[in-house]
Design a protein. Structure first.
Length: 227
């Protein structure tokens, strides 16, 4: 892993009209190839933070820089390709698995060949799934296709929002194994939101703990979560 920053967040804040702070003066940076977990209880602001990072919501104050460029200078569609999010519950588009991956590339004006599709599916442990109907996939398979679809855009930062919380235990293990293989390479910069602190230990090297919209602890996983 190199130490150059890919994502820098300074004073990021989102308040509702009634003054409630969903995210309150949050600052941190992520280096290239780093995996950072965001942990905390329900309502801590974890998912609200992710939504600000690729402008699904707009901040009240603060800034986000992607590889040195302020996100406000980027078109939302361009930003969301550079900072790709895998949601908690995947949404498949009509057609085959390959159609879903080609759709992602077409959004950036590119075309995926069969070899590229096969490579993406191999990365998410779904080799041979290109011609499967997306509507026939299990929850875990759909989550991995959702991940491959985001990877098709070659994002600079990957955001994972509770990537296994909607899955049963067996399927959760399959998806987490896929994520561990992908993230351990050091080729993907990732911010993963999870309520599962054991999962945070398995996936990440650094952690942020949030409470009431603020980051209350930051450091190595061992420092933040305890040994």
């Amino acid at each position: 892993m190199t130490t150059d920053e890919v994502l820098r967040v300074d004073g990021l804040t989102r308040r509702l009209d009634d003054g409630t702070a969903l995210v309150d003066d949050v600052s941190f940076a992520i280096g290239r190839g780093e995996v950072v977990a965001v942990v905390g209880g329900s309502g801590a602001g974890k998912s609200s933070l992710l939504r600000l990072l690729n402008r699904l919501d707009e901040p009240t104050a603060g800034s986000v820089e992607v590889d040195g460029t302020d996100q406000s200078a980027l078109r939302p569609s361009d930003l969301r390709r550079r900072v790709g999010m895998v949601p908690q519950t995947p949404r498949m588009f009509p057609g085959t698995v390959a159609d879903n991956l080609r759709w992602a590339a077409a959004e950036r004006g590119d075309r995926l060949g069969d070899d590229e599709i096969a490579s993406l599916l191999e990365r998410v442990r779904l080799s041979g799934y290109a011609d499967r109907e997306a509507s026939s996939l299990s929850g875990g398979e759909a989550q991995r296709v959702s991940l491959a679809r985001v990877l098709a855009n070659r994002p600079e930062v990957l955001l994972l929002d509770e990537p296994t919380s909607a899955l049963d235990e067996d399927t959760k293990g399959e998806v987490e194994t896929t994520l561990r293989d992908l993230l351990s390479s050091g080729e993907v910069t990732c911010l993963v939101v999870t309520h599962d602190e054991a999962q945070a230990r398995r996936l990440a090297g650094r952690a942020l703990r949030m409470r009431d919209g603020r980051v209350v602890a930051s450091g190595s996983v061992e420092e933040v979560l305890g040994r």
